[in-house]
Design a protein around this ligand. Structure first.
Ligand code: FAD
Ligand code: FES
Ligand code: FES
Length: 1349
């Protein structure tokens, strides 16, 4: 982030009264006389203050990590207004006179944590902790506003006025990649006045069985008056309009339109009118402007006026304020049709962006973005349908235009001012639609939007707003149909359709023809994704709108209401009460206890330090990567147009050093392309500038000169790789021997499927903290590098190789990582190495915090692949032979790809296939190299198994569940497939037990019956239910540990494993306390509090290895156990001697004595797992039920039930978090996340706009998890088993359930075509996005249905 040298903080006396920016942060006064007007609040907070809790997750308003509470004081009303905003979009200059509260402002380690922080910790709502500060602020903002409500009854003491429903929604704009949201929702709900305490999940405050009263008393107390959001001193200060000048850049705040006009006269200046500035989330501001003019202090622009016929909304009125006003409108009038229109508009607007964006984003800004740049606005579409008008002003000329006229003008210039929009009252007697108010004329109004997230924070594939006036005899007297966001310049009215319908009487035939017209009207521009899907949505929307008025014979009205419910998410709460069943054991206390994650409250208060939070050392520079946009080309030159400090490339590698980036086992990937770039997204150079912003801009605007003459065409697909025999070798030590005799198996079969195909695309990590490192040159050619890395040891080696210095000259330090998921293993090496190389060259510290776009473009992600299979099976579903040809797209370098076959085969063997053989090819292509992503290969392998089973069931037309069961392993076949070492003992094969338990705990049979019944009675919504088992083999690796006891008895622990949010430190702490208890000191239960696990330091603890593959926590625990055993042995004798002399000995006394007797109080170990017991299998199963909306393709996950075998869990709370989080990440893979490239292989899913991870509104409405304690496992670490990756595979159950629902839909649609039987042979690819689901349910299903009438 930026350095602070370019800001001047001066005293009041020296300032011009109006050239001072005055504000408060967490009660502290800030006054600036000179600051760059283009700087955002986020940049200021992170670079110029100590309040680093505010995180940069995306920089575009899409993640909530940077949320702060902004408070304003209205001296006339003597009221404070508080609302959350995205600080990444908020210009610092716009907060004059405001007060900012960040999560540090709520509480901290020194003064005490706030109840929000305490409850985040206690409900286990934080894992990596990078999203947590933003979550806390979102919740706090909801609490502050709820507690201002006066119309409610006083909530019980310790609770707020917030309702459960509001509480859940308070975090709907915040992304979390770790937790799966359920525990965070519990934190929020715990404050709600209407919460049922029984509904709250696992927490550290109460025990099962505690009564409701004592539960509420045990919650950390919430005092609504504890935090003052607007300090008194700020109320008293004079707040004149602010003017700021800095390096010939200006910020103005005119207070009248005249004054504004006078500021627009200067030529040759790049002027920007600013309202909320949220538009920069979409249209990034690459070059700063010369002049920023803040429009929000002009009274005419900021008011909402009401007249008899309309409400007039000033341009700078925020979307939130308009929503509020529209809702109010309903309250102060009788409930007429017109007021219902306002209510509907308000509820549509509530799905725009996120609350933080709506709080600052203005109506005028939105309409201008739509007019000028073609932004796919919801506001325009909705207002177009209600016949709104706008007033604009150019120079002194004011014009009132209809919205259509406004949109159809050429793009307005930057000096045209948008003044207001008028929304008419649509009452039948007043708006000119009709004056027959005494008849039964109906005014119909509905709005629609189909988007991947029902609650917003996702642009729609299509939005629409339909207004019609229909007479009692069903004649359409008036109609306005607006459609937008489907890949056209701006929203349109469906004029020809309106004309067609006008004056006609509604009938099935008319509707049928109308649908044809609307389908033809929705013609997205070339290059728009899913054009046919978007048109079909228009058909669905119109059908929903008009059909309730038409007698459709057998169609009950419920069908329509049902489908609307899915759109609107009208249910009272998002989530239902979920069950968490844990079987903890105190055998190894405190191991096995669900203790709170180490440092959780610190993460919530924002005091946990991530790499980018480390203050910049003096003279620190900032780097940004320039990457290739061509897949295979000679790089003739890289031209950086900006004035930067340096541009570092492969040419700067010191003599003897290697151009080496990610590598461990196989050939390295170069740090930078040399003359030839081998993929789009490859690193070409590293721009080094004075600030991160300047480095980013320089990298983004750099011009690269490519040449492709005489080069072969690039290889982008696996098919092309096969054609050119472009492969990486699979090392011989990877055992891919077939099992059984495939030919014999096929010969035994009754049926066969040949050459069936499955394809997978990639998935992006979406860790909330992007890749980051800070390199600081040290004496004697040494380098200290802080890296957000999953493998500091190998990062150290790579840096040393690059700089041609010994390993011992490089110290890589990692304290915590803001989410890794495999993406910060190999990929972090190049980031750290580039910083180190630049620092080495420039002899100055160099850091980088990659922006989201670059991170998404260069980081690779999960492996795409293509699978072909042949399978033979008996008529009862028993599979006798399976052969797979698997082509894995590895990208340009091997990375971990040669290991993928091994990873895939493990979970694939979950069924007894009779005989199994495979042929893998690791394709070398001109794509970014693909790397490990949580359950790499395993998730695909497991899914392939399910796809084969589904296929077989479809061919045989038998229940897919029974095919699964028929092919389950016996313990004998398990041993045959996995080998005796992994399979362990017969009792350890817990899958059959899990399966049976899950069937009964989830009421599978009765719910299946209910779902069947539901499907019989619902045409437009179908339910599906699916159950999936997993077998996931993991292996332990060698890991070091070191435990030292300090003079005061406190204990410091170092381990090879890195804390990524997975709770490794917490388990290690528990293990340390458990093992040292063996000394049997008096009061040794308190040992847990004495343990601190410290950051990984590659020179302090060598051979740290990888943190990956789910087993690092247990391996680190085992390493610690070995250390503790040594210490115990050293201490026990002394303790006994002391005891015999003085009676019971306290730990502190023992340690003090040990010190005086020179006992070595530090022990190191290197845990090397035994070869025969290093691998084992994890078991689990999930049942998911979904509901698919056939009109839109939307899938809602109604319920998921999971049982997972953790052995004797080391910490059930941590493991529960891993299970839920992995499962939800898996839902992202199977249902939502599209990581797409262009035809050159360059990632085009490169932002929060285009890449949608699960949010609170897309997770299962009810997620029940049981952690099975399967007792003693003699070869495991205190009988525990892994939890990090395997549960991700269980999300295939959601995909399977979606497939089942689609099957039901197709059955129904099939019957509409007049065909018998079902249409169950279809392929549902991954991810099963809305367009894909709708396509499989029939893009023309509405018309087909109407044809049956
Ligand atoms: C994450 C995110 C998600 C979003 N999702 C949606 C969505 O789903 N649907 C949707 O409709 N919108 C969505 N938006 C857009 C959002 O509604 C707009 O960003 C917002 O309304 C713009 O208002 P603003 O005050 O911030 O405008 P600014 O950013 O201040 O201005 C935007 C542009 O308009 C100009 N401008 C502003 N006011 C005036 C004026 N009065 N006269 C002349 N020019 C002016 C500015 O110079 C600038 O060019 C989303 C935005 C974000 C960041
Ligand atoms: S960083 Fe501001 S919303 Fe993501
Ligand atoms: S805890 Fe939410 S992103 Fe890691």
């Amino acid at each position: 982030m930026e350095d602070s040298q370019d800001t001047q903080l001066t005293t009041t006396e020296t300032m011009e009264e109006n050239q001072r920016l005055l504000f408060a942060i967490n009660g502290e006064r800030f006054e600036l006389s000179s600051i760059d007007p283009s700087i955002t609040l986020l940049q200021f907070l992170r670079s110029h203050t100590r309040f680093k809790s505010v995180k940069l997750g995306c920089g575009e308003g899409g993640c909530g990590a940077c949320n702060v509470l902004l408070s304003k004081f209205d001296s006339n009303l003597n009221q404070v207004e508080d609302y959350k905003v995205s600080s990444c979009l908020t210009p610092l200059c716009s907060i004059n006179g405001c007060s900012i509260t960040t999560t540090e402002g709520l509480g901290n380690i020194k003064d005490g944590f706030h109840s929000i922080h305490q409850r985040f910790a206690g409900f286990h709502g934080s894992q990596c902790g990078f999203c947590t500060p933003g979550m806390c602020v979102s919740l706090f903002s909801a609490l502050v506003n709820a507690d201002k409500k006066t119309e409610h009854q006083e909530p019980p003491v310790g609770f707020s006025n917030l309702t459960v429903s509001e509480a859940e929604k308070s975090i709907s704009g915040n992304l979390c990649r770790c937790t799966g949201y359920r525990p965070i929702a519990d934190v929020c709900k715990s404050f709600a006045c209407d919460v049922d305490m029984e509904d709250l999940g696992l927490n550290s405050f109460w025990k099962k069985g505690d009564d409701v009263d004592s539960k509420s008393q045990k919650l950390p107390f919430y005092d609504p008056k504890q935090i003052c959001t607007y300090p008194e001193f700020l109320k008293k200060e004079h707040k004149s309009p602010m003017y700021m000048e800095y390096n010939k850049r200006f910020w103005y705040t005119p207070v009248s339109i005249n004054e504004l006009q006078s500021m627009l006269t200067e030529k040759d200046m790049r002027v920007k009118l600013v309202a909320g500035n949220t538009g920069t989330g979409y249209y990034k501001e690459v070059e700063p402007y010369d002049k920023y003019i803040d429009l929000r202090f002009i009274p005419e622009l900021s008011t909402i006026k009401r007249t008899d016929s309309k409400i007039e909304v000033g341009a700078t009125v925020s979307i939130s304020k308009l929503i509020f006003a529209l809702k109010e409108e309903r309250n102060d009038d009788t409930c007429t049709e017109g007021d219902t229109v306002f209510q509907k508009i308000a509820s549509h607007f509530e799905k725009i962006a996120t609350e933080s964006v709506r709080n600052s984003g203005s109506i005028g800004g939105n309409l201008i973005m739509a007019q000028r740049q073609g932004f796919p606005s919801d506001i325009v579409t909705v207002l177009l349908a209600v016949n709104s008008k706008v007033t604009i002003m150019n120079a002194v000329k004011k014009e009132v235009l209809t919205l259509e006229e406004f949109l159809s003008r050429p793009a307005l210039d930057s000096k045209t001012l948008f003044l207001s929009v008028h929304i008419p009252y649509l009452k039948p007697t007043k708006n000119g639609y009709t004056d027959k108010s005494d008849t039964d004329t109906k005014l119909l109004f509905e709005t629609y939007r189909a988007s991947p997230r029902p609650l917003g924070n996702a642009l729609p594939y299509l939005n629409a707003a339909f207004l019609a006036e229909v007479s009692g005899d069903n004649v359409i007297n008036n109609i306005r149909l607006a459609l937008g966001a489907f890949g056209i310049k701006h929203a349109i009215r469906a004029n020809s359709l309106e004309n067609y319908l006008l004056g006609k009487k509604l009938s099935v035939g008319l509707l049928y023809e109308a649908l044809k017209i609307i389908r033809a009207t929705i013609q997205p521009e070339d290059g728009t994704s899913h054009p046919a899907y978007r048109s079909s949505l228009g058909v669905s929307f119109l059908f929903e709108f008009l059909s309730p008025l038409i007698n459709l014979g057998d169609l009950s009205i419920n069908n329509f209401i049902d489908s609307r419910l899915t759109f609107d998410n009208c249910e009272k709460t998002l989530l239902k009460s979920a069950k968490q069943v844990l079987e903890s054991s105190d055998e190894y206390y405190p191991v096995g206890e669900p203790i709170v994650k180490s440092g959780a409250a610190l993460q919530a208060s924002g005091e946990a330090v991530f790499v980018d939070d480390i203050p910049s050392p003096l003279n620190c520079l900032h780097g940004a990567f320039i990457y290739s946009t061509k897949p295979l080309a000679r790089v003739k030159g890289v031209n950086v147009k900006k004035d930067v400090h340096d541009v570092v490339s492969f040419q700067d590698i010191p003599e003897g050093g290697e151009n080496v980036g990610p590598t461990v086992v196989f050939d390295p990937e170069p740090l930078f392309a040399n003359e030839l770039t081998e993929c789009a997204g490859q690193r070409l150079a590293f721009v080094v500038a004075d600030t991160q912003k300047n480095a980013d801009i320089a990298a983004e605007t750099a011009m690269v000169d490519y040449e492709t003459k005489d080069l072969d065409p690039p290889i982008l697909t696996v098919e092309q790789a096969v054609e050119k025999s472009s492969f990486f070798e699979i090392p011989p030590f990877i055992d891919l021997s077939p099992i059984g005799d495939f030919s014999k198996g096929m010969a035994e079969s009754d049926h066969q499927i040949h050459s069936a195909e499955i394809k997978f695309e990639s998935q992006y990590y979406f860790y909330m903290e992007t890749q980051t490192a800070l390199a600081i040159p040290d004496e004697d050619n040494c380098m200290v590098v802080y890296s957000s890395s999953q493998i500091p040891e190998f990062t150290q080696t790579v840096i040393a190789r690059c700089l041609n210095i010994p390993d011992h000259n490089v110290r890589v330090i990692t304290r915590r990582v803001g989410g890794g998921f495999g993406g910060k293993a190999f990929k972090a090496m190049s980031v750290a190495t580039a910083c180190a190389l630049a620092a080495y060259k420039l002899r100055r510290p160099v850091r980088t915090y990659m922006n989201r776009k670059v991170d998404m473009v260069i980081s690779g992600g999960r492996h795409p692949m293509k699978i072909n299979y042949n399978v033979g099976f008996k008529s009862n579903g028993k599979i006798t032979a399976l052969h797979l040809d698997i082509l894995i797209n590895a990208g340009m370098s091997p990375d971990i790809s040669p290991f993928l076959p091994m990873n895939m085969v493990g979970p694939l063997k979950k069924y007894n296939w009779g005989a199994l053989s495979f042929n893998f090819k690791i394709c070398k292509t001109n794509l970014t190299s693909k790397s490990a992503m949580r359950a790499p290969g395993e998730v695909q392998g497991s899914f392939i198994a399910e796809a084969v089973i589904e296929h077989v069931a479809s061919v045989l037309s038998i229940d897919v569940g029974s095919v699964r069961e028929t092919n389950f392993h016996t313990f004998d076949s398990l041993q045959m497939f996995y080998g005796g070492d992994s399979a362990g003992e017969a009792l350890e094969y817990t899958l059959p037990t899990i399966w049976d338990k899950l069937m009964s705990s989830s009421n599978f049979n009765s719910r299946t019956e209910i779902a069947n019944e539901f499907n019989q009675f619902h045409k437009w919504r179908k339910r599906g239910i699916s159950r999936v088992p997993i077998l996931h083999e993991v292996s332990l690796r060698a890991t070091p540990g070191k435990v030292s006891v300090l003079r005061d008895g406190s204990i410091v622990v170092e381990v090879g494993g890195i804390e990524l949010g997975q709770g490794l430190w917490t388990k290690v702490k528990q293990m340390t306390a458990y093992c040292l208890k063996a000394v049997e000191c008096d009061g040794s239960d308190g040992l847990l509090e004495k343990v601190r696990v410290i950051q990984a330091d590659s020179l302090s603890l060598v051979q740290g290895g990888f943190t990956s593959g789910s087993t690092t926590s247990e391996a680190s625990c085992e390493a610690v156990r070995l250390c503790c055993n040594i210490l115990v042995e050293r201490l026990v004798g002394l303790k006994k001697r002391l005891e015999s002399q003085t009676g019971p000995v306290k730990w502190d006394v023992l340690i003090s004595q040990a010190n005086s007797q020179s006992v070595n109080l530090s022990a190191s170990s290197y845990f090397v797992p035994e070869f025969t017991s290093m691998s084992y299998i994890n078991y689990g199963a999930a049942i998911s039920e979904v509901e698919v909306n056939i009109l839109t393709g939307e899938t809602k996950i109604l319920q998921s039930d999971i049982i997972y075998d953790c052995g004797k869990s080391l910490n059930p709370a941590v493991d529960l978090g891993q299970i839920e989080g992995a499962f939800v990440q898996g839902i992202g893979f199977f249902m939502l996340e599209e990581y797409l490239t262009n035809s050159d292989g360059l990632m085009i899913s490169d932002s929060t706009w285009t890449y949608k991870i699960p949010t609170i509104d897309t997770i299962p409405k009810q997620l029940n998890v049981q952690i099975l304690n399967s007792g003693h496992h003699k070869n495991r670490v205190l009988s525990s088993k892994a939890s990090g990756e395997p549960p991700l595979l269980l999300a295939a159950s959601v995909h399977g359930a979606t497939r089942a629902a689609i099957k039901e839909a197709r059955k129904e649609v099939h019957s509409w075509k007049g065909l018998e039987g079902s249409d169950s042979m279809f392929q549902l690819d991954v991810p099963a996005t809305m367009p894909m689901v709708k396509t499989l349910c029939g893009l023309d299903n509405v018309e087909l249905y109407l044809e049956t009438l």
